[in-house]
Design a protein around this ligand. Sequence first.
Ligand code: SF4
Length: 433
Amino acid sequence: MNIYFLTFGCKVNLYETENMKQIFSGEGYGIASDEAGADIFIINSCTVTGTGDKKLKKEIRRLRRCYPTSIIVLSGCFPQAFAEEASNIPEVDIVTGTKNRAELPKLLSEFTDSRSRVVSVCEYSRKEQFEHMRNKGYENNTRAFVKIQDGCGMFCTYCIIPYSRGNFRSKPLDDVISEITELAQKGFKEVVLVGINLSFYGVDIGKRLIDAVEAVCQIDGIERVRLGSLEPEMITLEDIKRLAALKKLCPQFHLSLQSGCDKTLKAMNRRYITADYEALVNALRENFENCSITTDIMVGFPGETEEDFEASLRFAEKISFAKAHIFPYSPRKGTPAAEMAEQVPEDVKHRRAAQMGEAMEKCHSKFMESQVGLTVPVLFEREKSDKIPRGYTPNYTLVKILTKNSNKSLRNQLFYVKIIRIEKDCCIGEIVS
Ligand code: SF4
C-alpha cells in the first residue's frame, strides 16, 4: 500500500510529516510521490486560522471525490483542537491528533480490519514528554530543519496552539546534538532550529535556548545555524551577547510582534510592551552586523480602535522591519478573543491590513536597498530549471547570480558575492571569491 502525505501549516508540521514517512517506511509501506499513486492519504493539518480549516475541509472533500476508494487519515492540530468536529467529517476514515504518531500504523491496520471509522485523539497531560523524532536528512536542499521544541503554555487570547499542541516540552540537548551531528555527516552545512514556541526551549528540562544554540554551533561541519520564529519575552540582553559571540549564528531574527500598541498587546495577553520589544531589536542590531529583523503583525484584533491601529502602524514603521507578515485577525473558536465583544468589522480589518502592508513594503524595499554594494557569503542552493545559481546570505536575503551556470553546480557551496542591484524580491550579485 502506498501513502501520499499532505502537510498544512508550518515547518514544524513539515518536519513531523517527514518523521511519519520514516515510521511508515519502516513498517513496509510505500511513499507515493503523487496523489495518483496513493492508496492512503495522510493529512497533517494546521488549525491556526479559521480560513485554514475551511481549506482543509475542502481539500478532504476533493480527495474523497477524486479517490473514492482510498483511505483518508486526518492527523495534526485540527483534530487535536477540535476532535468532535474532525470526527464528524464524513470523508475521513481515521482521525488522530498531534500525539502518538508512532501509533498510526496500528490505527491503519485497525481500520483495514474493521472498515469502520477509527478516532483516536489523546489529550495532553501537563507533564508531557517531547515526542521522539529525528531528521534523517530528507531535505533535498542545503538547509535542514530540526524541531527542538513543542507546545506552548502562554495562552495568548487569540491563539489555539496551547489547545492543539499542549504545554512546553523540549528535545533533550544530547538528542539535538546527535541529530545535527548526523546531518552534518550527511553534508548539511546549515540547520534551522524550529519549535512551536522556540524561545521557551528548555523550560521543562532546566536549559535555555542559548544553551542549545551554543552546543549546535560547536558541531563540526555545520557552518550556519538559523533560528525559527521567536517570541520576544524570553530573550535577555545577556543572551544576545552570548548569541553574538557565535560566528555560525545567522543574523536573521523573526521576532513575533503581533501589535505595536501596548493596549492591544495587553488584550492579546502578550507578555511584553513595545518598549521591551524596541530595546530587544536595538540590542540585536547593535550586536549583529547587517542583521535582518522580520515579524508577524495582526490587525483588527477585538477592541483595536483607529488610534490603536495608528500606534501599531507607527511602531512598525519605527522598527522598520526587513519583512513583515501582516494578517487580519480571524476569530478562532475556543479562544477568549473570539468571545470578545468589540469585534472589528471585516472591511475595517482588510483596510488596515492593506495600509500596514503598504507601509511594510516600503520598509522591505529600504532593507533590500541597504544590501546593495555589500559583499556577503552566499550558501548556494539546488538550481532550478532556469539554471540560475541562487542562494541565501546570512541574513536570509535571496541572491541570484547574473550569469547562468553552465559548468558544475554551486549547490551547497559558500562563495562571497557582491550585491549589485535589486530585482523584484531578490538581490542580483556577482561572485567575487
Ligand atoms: S506564544 Fe505563540 S504559540 Fe503560544 S499562545 Fe502565544 S501566539 Fe500561540
